[in-house]
Write a protein that binds this ligand. Structure first.
Ligand SMILES: [Zn+2]
Length: 88
């Protein structure tokens, strides 16, 4: 009976370990839960509604849009680059 309990504990420990791994993985993928009161980029205050809507938000609207545009340009550029390499 005693050995049975030991086995159960081992399994539970394994399950707990994989749950912990999963939690760590999820935490690393999402931004930090605390939203910044002031924009990380320009220092403007971020409206509370935005901070509530986007947990972990770090940029004000203009900076976020600028970043978005930049990343879009980069992805368009990358798409063109990969197309060119396919043609070659
Ligand atoms: Zn800003």
């Amino acid at each position: 009976m005693a050995s049975g309990w030991t086995n159960d504990d081992g399994v539970n420990q394994q399950i707990q370990d994989s749950i912990n791994d999963e939690i760590t993985r999820i935490r690393n993928n999402i931004p930090k839960g605390i939203s910044l009161e002031f924009c990380d980029e320009c220092g403007d205050s971020i409206p509370e509604a935005r901070r509530t809507a986007l947990p972990g938000v770090r940029l004000c609207v203009p900076c976020q849009e600028e970043l978005h545009e930049t990343s879009q340009k980069v992805s368009i550029y990358n798409r063109k680059a990969s197309k060119d390499s396919q043609l070659r």
